[in-house]
Write a protein that binds this ligand. Structure first.
Ligand SMILES: Nc1ccn([C@@H]2O[C@H](COP(=O)(O)OP(=O)(O)OP(=O)(O)O)[C@@H](O)[C@H]2O)c(=O)n1
Length: 408
C-alpha cells in the first residue's frame, strides 16, 4: 500500500499557511489490512481509519457517484484498484487535489500547483456539482485566501450559480451550513464569503434574512453607501479588523437584520429596526442551530447599537438600563464586544472608515467608573437589602452625569 498526504495540509503547506489537520490517503489497501495493522475504523459509510499512535485520519482511496438527492445518494467504491488519480478526481478544487508521497514528491494530476501560483480556485471536474456543500466551501476558501489575491474561476462560479438555482442547497443540514459559516467567520475576510453567496444566489436559500438586505436603502446622510447589504458587508469587514472573535463578527453581520422588515413605504427610514431585528435573529439562529453565545451577542448588538451612536444624548437612567440589560456587571467582556460591534457599525460606511467616534471613549469611561461602584461601601455604612440597591443606583447615576458634563 502507498500513503499520501492530501487535501488542506498539502495546500496550506505550499501556501506557507499553518496546517491544522493532516489527512492521509491510502492507495492499494483494504479495510482488513488496515485493521490488521492496528488502525481503528471510524464512520460506517466511508472506509476511514485512525492511526494507532497519531490518531490522524487515513482514508482508503475511493470514488463516489451520486445517485439521488442530498447526502444519502452516494455510491462509494473503495476497492484496492482505485488509483490516486481516481481519488483526487472526486475532490472539490484543484488546489485541494494535490498529494504528497512519502518521498516528498508532489502528485498533481489536475494542475493544482499552477492554480495555487495563479491564485485560482477552480473545480476539478463536473463531479463538483455532486456535493452542494462545495458552494459554501469555495466561498469560504475565497474568504480565507482573499488576502493573497485568490479568485474563483469563472467556470466554477457558473457551476456554483447553477447549483444554487436548483433545490440542492435545501438538502444541506443546518449543522453543515453552520460549520462552514463559522469557519468563514474565522477567516481574515468573512465578508467575501457572504458577498459571494449573495452574488451567486445561494444566500437567499441558506440565510434569506441576510440576503434580503440587498436593495434596502438607508438615508444618504448617515449611509453614503446607501444599500443595507453593502453596509452590512462593510460592517463585517470592519469588525474583522477590530476583533478576531467570530462571535463578535456574527453580531456585526446581524446588527441590521431588522431593516429587512421595514415596509417599503417607510424607506429609507428604519424606525424600530433595532428591536425588530431580535425576532429575526432568534428565528435564524434557531433554524441554523447557531450556538447561544452567538445568538445572545447578536441580539444585544441589534437592540443597542444605535444607543452607542446617540451616546451623548442619552440620559444617565437610560445608560444604566442598558448596562443592566446587557449584564455589564457580570459580563464585562461581552459588553466590550457590544461596544466594538457598534463601533464597527459606525466605521462600516462609505467615507466613515477614518472618522473619529468619541462615543467609544465616553461609554468606556462610563463603564469603568460605574463598575467601581459596588455594594461593599454601602454594606460598610450599615445599609440593608433594597437600600443598598437604591444607593448603588443613585451613585452610579451621579457618576454618569459627572462624566457626561465633562464630555460636553
Ligand atoms: N465537500 C468536500 C469536502 C472535502 N473534500 C476534499 O477533502 C479534503 C479534506 O477536507 P476538509 O478537511 O474538510 O477541508 P480542507 O481542505 O482540509 O480545509 P480546511 O481544513 O481548511 O477546512 C479537501 O481538501 C478536499 O480535497 C471535497 O472534495 N469535498
Amino acid at each position: 500500500m502507498q500513503v499520501f498526504l492530501v487535501g488542506g495540509a498539502v495546500r496550506d503547506n505550499l501556501l506557507n499557511i499553518a496546517v491544522k489537520d493532516r489527512d492521509w490517503l491510502v492507495v492499494g489497501s483494504t479495510p482488513e489490512e488496515m485493521l490488521s495493522q492496528g488502525y481503528q475504523q471510524v464512520g460506517k459509510d466511508f472506509p476511514v481509519f485512525l492511526h494507532p499512535k497519531t490518531k490522524e485520519e487515513y482514508a482508503l482511496a475511493r470514488t463516489e457517484q451520486k445517485q439521488g438527492n442530498g447526502y444519502t445518494g452516494f455510491i462509494c467504491d473503495f476497492s484496492q484498484a482505485i488509483s490516486l488519480e481516481d481519488d483526487l478526481a472526486r475532490r472539490d478544487l484543484t488546489i485541494n487535489a494535490i498529494a504528497l508521497d512519502q518521498e516528498d514528491q508532489l502528485h498533481d494530476p489536475y494542475n493544482g500547483v499552477k492554480d495555487l501560483n495563479d491564485k485560482i480556485l477552480r473545480h476539478v471536474s463536473p463531479a463538483f456539482s455532486e456535493d452542494p456543500l462545495r458552494v459554501l466551501r469555495v466561498a469560504r476558501f475565497a474568504a480565507k485566501l482573499n488576502y493573497l489575491g485568490f479568485k474563483i474561476a469563472d467556470d466554477t462560479l457558473d457551476l456554483m450559480r447553477l447549483i444554487s438555482i436548483g433545490e440542492e442547497l435545501d438538502c444541506l443540514t443546518p449543522e453543515r451550513v453552520w460549520i462552514e459559516t463559522e469557519k468563514a467567520l474565522n477567516t481574515p475576510n468573512p465578508e467575501v464569503y457572504f458577498k459571494i453567496l449573495h452574488d451567486i444566489g445561494a444566500l437567499k436559500t441558506i440565510m434569506p434574512e441576510l440576503d434580503r438586505l440587498w436593495g434596502v436603502p438607508n438615508p444618504k446622510l448617515w449611509h453614503p453607501e446607501i444599500d443595507t447589504g453593502i453596509h452590512t458587508m462593510m460592517v463585517l469587514a470592519q469588525s474583522s479588523q477590530l476583533s478576531g472573535s467570530s462571535v463578535l463578527r456574527f453580531a456585526a453581520l446581524c446588527h441590521d437584520l431588522g431593516k429587512g422588515l421595514t415596509p417599503q413605504e417607510c424607506w429609507p427610514s428604519h424606525h424600530g429596526h433595532e428591536k425588530a431585528g431580535i425576532n429575526v435573529i432568534n428565528s435564524m439562529c434557531k433554524r441554523l442551530k447557531v450556538p447561544n453565545q452567538y445568538r445572545e451577542l447578536a441580539v444585544l448588538v441589534s437592540e443597542f447599537h444605535c444607543h452607542f451612536h446617540k451616546a451623548f444624548e442619552l440620559r444617565a437612567e437610560t445608560w444604566l438600563k442598558v448596562f443592566d440589560r446587557c449584564d455589564l456587571w457580570r459580563k464585562p467582556d461581552r459588553f466590550e464586544q457590544i461596544m466594538l460591534a457598534s463601533y464597527a457599525d459606525f466605521k462600516g460606511r462609505k467615507d466613515f472608515e477614518n472618522k473619529t467616534y468619541p462615543q467609544l471613549d465616553y461609554v468606556k469611561e462610563l463603564v469603568v467608573e460605574t463598575q467601581k461602584i459596588t455594594a461593599k461601601e454601602f454594606v460598610q455604612q450599615g445599609l440593608k437589602g433594597l437600600e443598598i440597591k437604591a444607593a448603588i443606583t443613585q451613585k452610579r447615576l451621579e457618576s454618569i452625569d459627572k462624566i457626561k458634563a465633562k464630555f460636553h
